[in-house]
Design a protein around this ligand. Sequence first.
Ligand SMILES: [Zn+2]
Ligand SMILES: [Zn+2]
Length: 373
Amino acid sequence: MPAKELTRPCMDCKDAEAVLTTRKRSLCSHCFKLFIAHKTFRRMDHHKAPPKKQKDYVPSKLLLPLSLGVSSSVLLHILDGQLQRQIANIHGRVAYQLHVLVIEPSTISPGNLSYDSNFEELQRKFPTHAFTRLPFHSVFEYVPEMKDLINEYAGTQFADDSSRSDKDRLAAFRACVATATSKDDLDNVLLTRLVVAFAKQAGCETILWGDSDTRLAAKTLAGAAKGRGASLTWQVSDGMSPWGVQFEFPLRDINKPELHQFASVCSELANIVVPDQPISENTLTKNLSIDELMMRYVETQGAKYPGVIANVSRTANKLQPAGSDDCAECALCGSLVSNVKGNTGITVSSQFGESQGSRFCYGCSRSRPEVRS
Ligand SMILES: [Zn+2]
Ligand SMILES: [Zn+2]
């Protein structure tokens, strides 16, 4: 049979037209998706169903926090494909079950519209999994000590009013934080606490974060700049978090442009993914948070030197947690409070004196509403 007439054959299957190029290889959409999925499955290898039938086998529950952005949506799509194949095989045993948590984006960033239709589409396209949608202010419900904690943390800059709704109380706290960097930093801390508390309540032993290697590199650099080097062992590396829930980053071998490519050839995600809000060219650099700046930097440099950026997150993944025998954990973010040995190479102490500083780590102290840096 004569070979197909192809102008640019896929370098893997040689049987279809190549539609995109990645890592110097031109691939058809099918082979490209396989390539990305394999990189993800390699990171999920240790979640296995038992080879033989076991009467009392209960698959573990994994939580996937979904921001409706491109990365976590692609992760859901890839893992859903893996689970559907396991369901369809002869024994139908799945390696794990997914619980998807969406923290309503409109409650995080006021510019975001409500994403009701994206959420409905999500449940329609991936009906096998459990879904929960929560507003950001439910952090007060899931982490009951958080109200007292932010009062203590914010000090005199923040006057809490217990007669107001949780939504208003969270808004008031966020409004008293001075800089874009501190706002982003504290939002990330609160979101992590909410996701972890939900995971524990839902019986999930592991949280699968959808960070690409680009995002992990940006988090590494921003974390070091913000004095949060010690928490990189669980914010960027696969391992145990301070709350007894495992953190994993299955997309750590895939960069952000590749995830965009994946979404572009994946019609199922078309009405689910909310595009990143581009940072306006008119936004002054000094008004951007360190996290935004680092993401922008890593995206630009990653396009030129992808190997260098991959190396940043790969190196961070090898960090080992410092021993915590003689150190208390930060009441807010879970990092060690002071004198962290090993990872950062620096000794830090709070600038708020012993009485106030002891409960919060250096990174959190720097983001305090009273501090204008
Ligand atoms: Zn192909
Ligand atoms: Zn802290």
